[in-house]
Design a protein around this ligand. Sequence first.
Ligand code: ADP
Length: 252
Amino acid sequence: FRRIELKETSKDELVEMGAAFNDMITLLESNHARQEQFVSNASHELKTPLTIIESYASLLKRRGLDRPELFMESVEAIHSEAIRMKEMTEQLLLLARNQDQWQVEMEQVDLAALSESSARAFRDAYNRTVEVEADGEVLGWTDSRRLKQLLFILLDNARKYSDEHIVIQVGRKPSEVYIRVIDRGIGIAKEELEHVFDRFYRVDEARTRRGGGAGLGLSLAKDIAEAISAELELDSLPGVGTTATIRLQESK
Ligand code: ADP
């Protein structure tokens, strides 16, 4: 904070200073409240998969040896929750760090190959069908690690808010290349669409809590998109489904 020199102070200046001081307090208080909310949401996020891992591990301990079908089910659940926790921890670390401290390494990236490997990892983790449709070789100028994180957030949402298979489309337009994540799930109402990128915003507490989300995914997705020079857009119709589009600069 800047120190204020007090010499010949007029009454108006005192009133102004008082107002500035109050603004400062409000700012500090709201930052503090946000931090508290962040920590509590982050803990809640991590606690859900941990509880699932704990209960499956204890089931394995008690009954794993004499019930083979239970064994596989438990191992799969533990595996997918561990992957989820790993992704979440990565996301929380990104959120905790200042955006301009994120390391971004731009390079030429084969978007179809990247989508295929993300889809494979996702299928392995969640047992959900993810189809990749690619329009030949599509090369983008971006950071592959960050793009994968962004894609993972979108796939995770498609998984949480739809039951059918998920489609990834990779293609090009005259001035750009794109990746779309398409689901045929519950969709988002028009008036909610403008808020879903806000930190901690959830369309419906009840339905989101079931999936364990904290309303951080899309706000982080937007930040990642910005950091890797991409644009992120959501189109959605309630009851029909959602399409998330990542637009990138083509690399030639
Ligand atoms: P969360 O981690 O709670 O899912 P997000 O920031 O990723 O938070 O998403 C914000 C809100 O947008 C969620 O509460 C969810 O209701 C809605 N949403 C996001 N993606 C989808 C989707 N593919 N289909 C339907 N609703 C979605």
